[in-house]
Design a protein around this ligand. Structure first.
Ligand code: ATP
Length: 189
C-alpha cells in the first residue's frame, strides 16, 4: 500500500481552529492532500436515519448545534458495536487512491487514534491544536452541557502522545503553525 504516505490526525477542542488550519494547509498542498472528516459519514448516516437536511447539518450554523447533542449520543451507540465504524466510513470516501497526505481534521477519541494506528501503522501522526478558553469564546464557543463535558470533547484532553502540539491563539500563531506542520510533513514523507 503506497498511498497515502502520511496520515495526519488533527485533534483540538471546539473553536481551537482545526478547520481553519486544515483549510490553509489544503490551499498550500492542493491535490497532494485530502481533508477527511469523520463527521462526514457520521452526519450523513444520522441525517438519513432521522430524515434531516444534511447540508444544514454540515454547516456551522444553529441547525448543527441543535442536533449536536443527539448526534453525539446516537453515534456513541453505533461506536459501542463497532468503535472504528465512522473512521472506516470516512476513509472509504477518499476518491483519489494517489493522494500523498490525508488530513483527518476531527479526531475526538482514543478509539479513533487506535483504529487509524492499527490500520495504517507508522504512517499515522497525531497533532493537537490548542487555544486559550478566552480566545475560543471570542471565536464563538459557548459551553454546552452534554457536549463540552462528554467523551467526544474530553477523551483526548489528557492524552499525551502527540507527535506535534500547537498553540493557535492568533493569526501570527496560525501562520507559524502552518510552517511547523509543513516542515513536519516534509520530515515524514
Ligand atoms: N490562528 C487563527 N487566527 C485567527 N482566527 C482563527 C485562527 N484559528 C481559528 N480562527 C477562527 O476561529 C473560528 C473557529 O475556528 P474553526 O472553525 O477552525 O475551529 P474548530 O476547531 O474547527 O471548531 P469546531 O470543532 O467547533 O468545528 C473561525 O472563525 C476561524 O476563522
Amino acid at each position: 500500500m503506497d498511498y497515502p504516505k502520511l496520515i495526519l490526525l488533527i485533534s483540538g477542542k471546539r473553536k481551537s481552529g482545526k478547520d481553519f488550519l486544515c483549510e490553509k494547509l489544503k490551499d498550500i498542498l492542493e491535490e497532494k492532500c485530502t481533508i477527511i472528516r469523520i463527521s462526514g459519514p457520521l452526519k450523513s448516516h444520522y441525517a438519513k436515519e432521522h430524515n434531516l437536511n444534511l447540508t444544514e447539518l454540515m454547516s456551522n450554523g444553529i441547525y448543527k448545534e441543535k442536533y449536536r447533542l443527539d448526534m453525539i449520543n446516537w453515534s456513541d451507540e453505533v461506536r459501542e458495536k463497532d468503535p472504528g465504524y465512522f473512521c472506516k466510513a470516512a476513509c472509504a470516501t477518499v476518491c483519489s487512491t494517489q493522494t500523498s497526505i490525508w488530513i483527518i481534521s476531527d479526531i475526538r477519541r482514543k478509539t479513533d487514534i487506535k483504529w487509524f494506528t492499527e490500520t495504517y501503522l507508522d504512517k499515522v501522526k497525531t497533532i493537537r491544536i490548542s487555544a486559550d478558553q478566552d480566545i475560543r469564546i471570542q471565536r464563538g464557543w459557548v459551553f454546552q452541557e452534554g457536549v463540552d463535558n462528554v467523551t467526544s470533547e474530553c477523551d483526548l484532553d489528557n492524552w499525551n502522545c502527540w507527535d506535534l502540539q500547537l498553540m493557535n491563539n492568533s493569526p501570527d500563531e496560525g501562520e507559524q503553525n502552518i510552517e511547523k506542520i509543513l516542515k513536519f510533513i516534509k520530515l515524514n514523507t
